[in-house]
Write a protein that binds this ligand. Structure first.
Ligand SMILES: Nc1ncnc2c1ncn2[C@@H]1O[C@H](COP(=O)(O)OP(=O)(O)OP(=O)(O)O)[C@@H](O)[C@H]1O
Ligand SMILES: [Mg+2]
Length: 325
């Protein structure tokens, strides 16, 4: 199973470690790193650590593409990015390990030209010859239509491809109309989408079920440290992570998408895919940068995830009932 990830608005992550970070004063950093970032690139990086050889595409500013090129080479990731004039944006992440907090400063990104958009569609058509799954992740760059993911999903479905969509706001709303195979909103993204408070698991599950009605096969709602709900037509599973020492929550959701697909590539059942997806997220948040820890650590995370089947039908007062598997 070959996977391609699409990142239209990547960023170089500048991670600055500052314990007890405070605004409006001078802070002293302990270390600083520049990493190739962007959600689809993170997904590809986690997949590469799991032994898969993903391809990546999207747009890269040609003036600082070398950071990405070195990274792709080091991870044996197939680089099919379209180069555009200018510099890829830098996103600053201030990681405060002492307070277990991360502060992000994001920039809008480079607008691609019409010609670059054309090159992107060509790159994706080319990748469709060898890849079975496509991951469309992250925000859209300025200047591209909000329906871009919807158009890509429609094109990929015409080629018989499976698509994971992980984005927010209008791009998510529009993309869902085209019926991706899997969608992974977090709770905020689902709230924005539905306009509802979604204050308990039952409400979240029902919102996910409504998405399934549109031909989407699996909805994964990630809920930060509370874990994630995996909802398909037959089941709802709640995957609960163990407590861990968080280094940086950057890429937790991207790791979840990667783990889900890695599980699918290995032919795992939905409960084991949910377990592996959560283990990937744990791997991501206990390290800085989009890398998984060593296999023995991953194995131990996998075993520490608890999977509960939620039965929300036929229960008195509609209260979800948890059953340990
Ligand atoms: N503090 C934490 N402790 C344990 N597990 C966590 C924690 N934060 C996140 N996770 C795991 O990572 C998964 C994805 O995290 P989250 O819901 O924050 O994704 P997200 O908001 O999409 O993140 P991203 O910023 O990557 O888009 C969660 O479902 C959970 O399994
Ligand atoms: Mg996310």
């Amino acid at each position: 199973m070959k996977i391609a990830t699409v990142t239209l608005n990547p960023a170089i992550d500048q991670t600055v470690q500052v314990d007890h970070f405070r605004p409006n004063t001078v802070n002293y950093a302990m270390s600083m790193l520049f990493d190739a970032g962007g959600k689809g690139i993170n997904v590809a990086s986690f997949l590469a650590d799991a032994g898969l050889t993903p391809a990546v595409t999207g747009f890269l500013g040609q003036e600082n593409a070398d950071t990405f090129e070195r990274f792709f080479a080091s991870k044996r990731i197939e680089d099919q990015f379209v180069r555009i004039p200018g510099r890829t944006r830098i996103g600053v992440k201030i990681v405060d390990e002492a307070n277990q907090q991360t502060t992000d400063i994001n920039m809008p990104g480079l607008p691609p030209t019409t010609e670059a958009m054309h090159d992107l569609y060509q790159a994706i058509e080319r990748l469709a010859a060898s890849c079975d799954w496509f991951v469309l992740s992250g925000t859209l760059p300025p200047g591209v239509p909000v329906t871009t993911y919807a158009s890509l999903i429609t094109l990929l479905k015409q080629h018989g491809k499976q698509v994971v969509l992980d984005t927010s706001r209008e791009a998510l709303y529009e993309g869902l109309q085209a019926g991706p195979t899997i969608v992974k909103p977090n709770v905020d993204e689902l709230r924005q989408l539905t306009g509802q408070a979604l204050s308990d698991d039952l409400a979240l599950e029902q919102a996910a079920r409504q998405l399934l009605d549109r031909g989407i096969q699996l909805v994964v709602i990630s809920m930060g440290e509370r874990g994630a709900l995996f909802v398909d037509s037959a089941t709802t599973l709640l995957a609960i992570p163990p407590r861990v020492m968080v280094k940086s929550t950057v890429g937790a959701g991207d790791a979840m998408v990667a783990g889900l697909l890695a599980g699918h590539a290995r032919g795992l059942s939905l409960p084991d895919c949910a377990r592996l997806a959560t283990a990937f997220s744990l791997g991501a948040i206990t390290r800085i940068g989009s890398h998984l820890p060593a296999p023995d650590v991953m194995q131990s995370y996998f075993q520490q995830v608890s999977i509960n089947a939620i039965t929300s039908t036929n229960t008195p007062a509609g209260v979800p009932r948890s059953v340990s598997l």
